[in-house]
Design a protein around this ligand. Structure first.
Ligand SMILES: Nc1ncnc2c1ncn2[C@@H]1O[C@H](COP(=O)(O)OP(=O)(O)OP(=O)(O)O)[C@@H](O)[C@H]1O
Ligand code: SF4
Ligand SMILES: [Mg+2]
Length: 372
């Protein structure tokens, strides 16, 4: 990513790393290893878009989300919000920015204080950030308006969280996130803990609110099915790395990374034509440990297309045009022409180098020549 701030971008993430030290020792804590939770990730969020982030458990989605909001101190790299580097700001410097970026959590049971009434849960942030200029009454009116906007009722103001269903509690979480009129909302698996029937209602609500409040979303999910209809773009993560980023529709019809294809294989598709066109990729084994991730392509221990180069050279993030970036030596669903036109993306990790994928015809010819 260039040094100059992109004015259309709300957030710019540049070569971000978040490693967690693992310490041991009786008297003196010694660092014995590191969890590579987020490992050289670069992307930017355009104003008003929904950026989906998917991947299996432990791939670093929540860690990335927390870094974006500076709830963690990144190990390396930068996060810019509206062009301003927020990576090293102090708590006091961050305070005014807190109202601009909010989070919606996965567990609507754990994320709401059971001892507080809904009015306090949603209203306290408004008071804390000096929004109570019109007095107690004006905060109450604002909270009640917000409750109605998220599909609850003004009378719910005096109730406690345990009096609500999971879906209703998530609506309270959404009202709390909206209370300070943020520009960015990071929703970390906002519907994973809810019944399937309620999931669609919450996703639709978030979608409706986006236009009304001019919001930019990061929408984190385990599976690609959930983010499909809300996301403008989707990033697929594997063991701390972004392996594919694409406009959402293209990702579903033309997955280029074998890991994306495998995630897609796991979700049912109502359209039989799309189903037939999709090649099934079944994953072998478990996700390796992020403490000691496999070298080169981290997916090579489970990938059905892996060859020697995959375990020796890290594939760069390669730009296939139209904002479709993929880190794979043997890309799927791309033509020879697209492979020839591809270039290494500026978002590629520093450790990846610049080895572009070979067009299949070339590698087949080379293999035939070497065997003759
Ligand atoms: N505070 C921490 N200290 C040490 N390791 C951590 C910490 N937070 C996360 N990790 C580790 O970092 C890795 C990424 O975790 P993270 O929670 O970001 O994954 P995730 O993709 O959100 O997973 P899930 O889908 O289960 O929520 C995991 O191996 C996790 O154990
Ligand atoms: S680089 Fe190799 S191992 Fe990695 S995803 Fe591509 S084909 Fe599979
Ligand atoms: Mg998580």
């Amino acid at each position: 990513m260039s040094e100059a701030a992109d004015t259309d971008a709300l957030v710019e993430v540049d070569h971000l790393k978040q490693y967690f030290p693992i310490k041991s020792g009786l008297l003196i804590d010694r660092e014995v290893a590191r969890v590579h939770a987020v490992d050289d990730v670069t992307f930017s969020l355009r104003r008003g878009e929904t950026f989906g982030v998917v991947g299996e458990s432990g791939c670093g989605k929540s860690t990335l989300s927390r870094c974006l909001l500076r709830l963690l101190d990144p190990t390396a790299g930068t996060v810019r919000f509206e062009g301003r580097d927020i990576t090293t700001l102090s708590r006091a410097q961050l305070r005014p920015l807190r109202s601009e970026m909010q989070m919606i959590f996965q567990d609507p049971y754990a994320s709401l204080n059971p001892r507080k009434r809904v009015g306090q849960i949603v209203g306290d942030p408004i008071k804390l950030h000096g929004g109570a200029k019109g007095g107690e009454g004006s905060v109450k009116t604002r909270v009640q308006t917000l409750l109605e906007r998220v599909g609850l009722q003004a009378e719910h103001y005096n109730r406690f969280p345990h009096e609500f269903s999971g879906g209703q509690r998530q609506r309270i979480g959404i009202a709390r996130a909206l209370a300070l009129e943020p520009k960015l909302i990071v929703a970390d698996e906002p519907v994973s803990a809810l019944d399937v029937s309620v999931q669609a209602q919450i996703v639709n609500l978030l979608d409706d609110l986006q236009d009304d409040f001019g919001l930019t979303y990061v929408f984190v999910a385990h599976d690609l099915g959930v983010v499909r209809h809300v996301s403008d773009r989707v990033a697929v993560m594997y063991l701390g790395k972004v392996v594919e980023v694409s406009p959402a529709e293209e990702l579903y019809t033309k997955p280029v990374h074998p890991y994306t294809a495998a995630l897609l294989s796991a979700i049912p598709i109502p359209d039989p034509r799309e189903n037939r066109a999709r090649r099934r990729v079944v994953l072998q084994g478990d996700v390796p440990s992020p403490i000691d991730p496999p070298p080169a392509c981290r997916f090579h221990t489970r990938c059905p297309f892996a060859t020697e180069v995959c375990s020796t050279v890290e594939p760069p993030l390669v730009d296939y045009g139209g904002g479709h970036l993929v880190a794979c030596h043997h890309p799927q669903n791309v033509s020879e022409q697209e492979i020839r036109a591809a270039t290494v993306a500026p978002e590629s990790p520093v450790s990846a180098g610049d080895l572009l994928p070979e067009p299949r015809g070339d590698s087949a010819r080379a293999a035939a020549q070497s065997s003759s």
